[in-house]
Structures are given as structure tokens and as C-alpha cells.
Design a protein around this ligand. Structure first.
Ligand SMILES: O=C(O)[C@H](O)[C@@H](O)[C@H](O)[C@H](O)COP(=O)(O)O
Length: 238
């Protein structure tokens, strides 16, 4: 595990965007394609905005990038609170991705109707039984959640299914679809990105050895590399 601390949230977003462009270019050089798992939240969105603004952006062959989400708010298509909506506005609508390679989690008004369990099963079918990702981007909540995996929740105890429905989330909206920790751990690299003093306790707990049931972000590890990308405020108790 590597911890990188940047002075401000803006520097974190810009530096992580540069890191992501490089990681995608490296993945394409190594095996022809690149796969990235996107996250919701302010930090994740800021990174995508910085990728869009990056002069190096189009070093990536966007037509050979597979885009997934770590979680999604189970809302109607196009809802401004959906992670997909925000990622499209921040980046995906501004680069020539192949629509067939952008794998959004189903909305609540789609083919599976208002059934998050069916949406989760459908996403698991898209991933297949042994998904792998080059880079998995994740945020961290004040109480230590990541994706939509909350402390001591059914999702954090899930070891069989790759994708689950999540209900009664402490962070609104209450219903979501989320990768599970074992699926996140199938990523080559996991990058946990967060800023602000409000996250400092969760960060310190995760880096201090907390277990994943009480602190799900602590269970988000990559096969090859795990990066904690922080600003000084989020890092100040670690
Ligand atoms: O759908 C979501 O809400 C996110 O996936 C969630 O896991 C988020 O990344 C964290 O809550 C951190 O959010 P901030 O970066 O806005 O603090």
C-alpha cells in the first residue's frame, strides 16, 4: 500500500488525473485495452473533470477503454444524482469512447424496472464470473464506506455475489447497486481518493489496521497496487 498526500483537493484531482491518463496508456501498451472502474462522489468527479482538461487526455485511445462503475445510485436514467450522469458530464461525453464499452449499471426505470436486485444480477452477468480491471477508482465516506459498501452491512459480508443491491444506505439516495469487496480486489490497482478533515478519522482507521467490516475502505485492495490518494486535511490523523 502506498499513501500519497497532496497539499490541496485541487492538486489531488489534477495529479490523480495525470496518473490515470498514464495508467490507461500503460495498460493499452501492455495488453491493447484499458479498463477503469469509476466512482461517484465529489473527489471522483473532480478527477474526471481534470482528465477532460488534461493536455495529455488524448494519449489514451478512448475507443479501447472499457468503463465500469463501482457503484450506482438506483435512480431513473439521466437523473443528475446518478454516477453515470455525472461521469458523462465530467468526461465521457467529451472523449470518443465506444458506447458498447461503457458499462453503466441499470437505472430504476430501465428494463429491470424498480428492482435493484435484478439490476445487480444483470451487471454481474456483464462482468462475468472472473472480472479484472486495470484501475478501480474509489471514494471514501466519513464512516469508512467505499463504493456503496457500508460498515457492517449485508454488502460488506458478501463473499459469493460480485454485484449486490444495497438498501437503506446512510448516504442518500438510499437504494444503490454496488460491486462487492472481493470484486473490487480483482482489480490490478485500487486507488482510494479522498479529501477533507471529515475523512481523516476513517483514513487513519483504515491505514491503522481497521478491519473491513467496520471500515469497508480498508478491504479495498488491488492485486498489484493499492494507493491512498489524499489531501493534507484527510491525511492529518494518519
Ligand atoms: O455513489 C457514491 O456516493 C460514491 O460511490 C461513494 O462511495 C463516494 O465515493 C463516497 O461517499 C465519497 O464521496 P465524496 O468524494 O463526495 O466525499
Amino acid at each position: 500500500m502506498t499513501v500519497l498526500v497532496h497539499r490541496t483537493p485541487e492538486l489531488l484531482a489534477a495529479a490523480t488525473a495525470a496518473r490515470l491518463v498514464t495508467a490507461l496508456v500503460d495498460a493499452q501498451a501492455a495488453h491493447g485495452t484499458a479498463s477503469v472502474v469509476l466512482t461517484g462522489g465529489r473527489t471522483g468527479g473532480a478527477v474526471l473533470e481534470q482528465v477532460r482538461a488534461s493536455p495529455a487526455r488524448d494519449a489514451v485511445d478512448w475507443s479501447r477503454v472499457d468503463v465500469y462503475w463501482g457503484d450506482e445510485r438506483f435512480l431513473p436514467a439521466g437523473d443528475p444524482e446518478r454516477n453515470e450522469t455525472q461521469a458523462r458530464a465530467a468526461l465521457l461525453d467529451h472523449v470518443p469512447v465506444d458506447p458498447a464499452r461503457v458499462h453503466a449499471m441499470a437505472p430504476s426505470d430501465g428494463e429491470f424496472g424498480d428492482d435493484p436486485d435484478a439490476a445487480a444480477v444483470a451487471y454481474a452477468d456483464i462482468l462475468g464470473p472472473t472480472p479484472t480491471f486495470d484501475v478501480c477508482l474509489l471514494g471514501v465516506g466519513e464512516e469508512g464506506h467505499t463504493a456503496s459498501i457500508f460498515p457492517d452491512s449485508p454488502a460488506v459480508h458478501e463473499t459469493e455475489r460480485t454485484v449486490v443491491a444495497v438498501r437503506d444506505c446512510p448516504k442518500p439516495p438510499p437504494t444503490r447497486v454496488s460491486l462487492t469487496l472481493p470484486t473490487i480486489r480483482r482489480s490490478a490497482q485500487v486507488w482510494l481518493m479522498t479529501t477533507g478533515a471529515g475523512k481523516a478519522e476513517a483514513v487513519a482507521s483504515a491505514l491503522g489496521g481497521a478491519g473491513e467490516v467496520e471500515l469497508p475502505a480498508a478491504g479495498a485492495r488491488g492485486r498489484d497496487r493499492t494507493l491512498w490518494l489524499l489531501d493534507e486535511a484527510a491525511a492529518h490523523l494518519a
